[in-house]
Design a protein around this ligand. Structure first.
Ligand code: NAD
Length: 347
């Protein structure tokens, strides 16, 4: 099998630790080129990872490197400027989440990817966790069979915790960018400064859960209510499933408590996910079935596999045309519509 020729743009903290290291382990990927604005860092990272071509910007990489796909990892405020260049060059692309800052810009990026006929995958790695994928399938199966009655509620709890989970720092050399790079996207202009701050925090952090709710349900939803302290968001799916997203109801220091409960008339699927940078960890799923004879519990035992590595594998398979993209830009644009509705409901 021929290798997918890959370029990496951006080798900051997430670029190195959550992305580059994973692609370097995939046997069907050839890391061809690396671009970063910071000269010492890009040279050191390329040397350490054995990447032959090194460039000073994403535009230089796109002009000179023979790659099919680009993994571009940088602050999401830059996506609006960098991603169109990648897509117009006909390269498949993966960026981190959120897709950008405004839903209107996100829809344009999605449209550009469709026009170019390339994959644009957003780094919602929680979709790639083996337990998430299993839970999604079980929700669909239970809903289709009706054996456990109707799905009534998807309850999500996401207190802030230790997201790096002991991950070490990459060898960033602390050097400054050679050039300023593209100008960042502005926050939605129809929001006050305070609303912009809340919106930015929401899209930086809870956009993961906003996205996974749609993935698990397999349908879109609307925001019905946000309590004034913004700890609780209530939604409703197109088919009428109630949704609750509990945000910073409490904080954790050294742990990670991320839970999803899909509640049926006569059963519950309880998904628990790991801290984002917990390597060699996988989520877990507990299945509760109620019957006249009593309740039964079953726990699914999955092999350890880091969702960030699974994400890299699934992106390369989508680039090869073997599977549909698991986390397309179309969904990511809808996430920003939910985020904008979150602010509207707070007014
Ligand atoms: N999935 C998660 O759970 C999770 C967790 C934390 C952060 N993130 C996301 O990660 C992103 C931030 O990543 P980071 O911490 O690695 O950022 P960073 O700022 O540490 O690094 C970005 C790098 O990109 C380079 N760069 C910027 N523009 C460039 C260009 N035009 N050409 C070439 N290089 C360019 C910069 O020089 C820098 O080295 C954000 O989008 C954030 O949402 C995701």
């Amino acid at each position: 099998m021929s290798k997918v020729r890959l370029g990496i743009v951006g080798c900051g903290y997430m670029g190195q630790r959550a992305h580059l290291d994973n692609y370097a382990t995939l046997p069907d990927v050839e890391l061809v080129a690396l671009a970063d604005l910071r000269p010492q860092t890009r040279q050191e990272v390329a040397r350490r990872s054995g990447i032959p071509e090194v460039y000073g910007s994403h535009t230089e990489l796109l002009e000179k490197a023979d790659v099919e796909a680009v993994v571009a990892i940088m602050g999401y405020g830059l996506h609006h400027a960098v991603v169109p260049d990648i897509l117009r060059a006909g390269k498949h692309c993966l960026t981190e989440k959120p897709i950008c800052l405004k839903a209107s810009v996100a829809r344009q990026l999605d449209e550009l990817a469709k026009q170019a006929g390339v994959v644009y995958q957003i780094g919602y790695m929680k979709r790639c966790d083996l337990a998430s994928r299993h839970t999604k399938q079980m929700i669909a199966d239970w809903r289709a069979s009706g054996v456990f009655g109707a799905l009534k509620l998807l309850r999500v709890s996401m207190p802030p915790g230790d997201w790096i989970f002991g991950m070490d720092n990459p060898p960033n050399l602390g050097d400054a960018p050679e050039s300023p790079g593209p100008v960042g996207e502005s926050l939605p202009e129809n929001m006050s400064a305070d609303e912009q701050n809340r919106y930015n925090a929401f899209v930086n952090y809870y956009i993961h859960q906003v996205n996974l709710i749609r993935y698990l349900l397999g349908e879109d939803y609307t925001v019905e209510y946000v309590d004034p302290t913004s700890v609780l968001l209530i939604g409703r799916s197109k088919s009428g499933v109630a949704i609750s997203l509990e945000m910073a109801a409490y904080t954790l220091r050294d742990e990670w408590h991320e839970f999803y409960a899909a509640c049926f008339d006569r059963g519950k699927l309880s998904l628990s996910l790991c801290a984002p940078l917990a390597r060699q960890h996988v989520g877990s799923l507990q299945v509760y079935r109620s019957s006249e004879a009593g309740g039964t519990y079953e726990s699914l035992v999955l092999p350890p596999s880091w969702c960030m590595l699974e994400q890299a594998r699934l992106f390369i398979r989508a680039v090869r045309g073997e599977i549909p993209c698991i986390s397309p830009a179309t969904d990511a644009a809808k996430d920003l519509e939910v985020a904008e509705a979150f602010i509207e409901r707070l007014r």
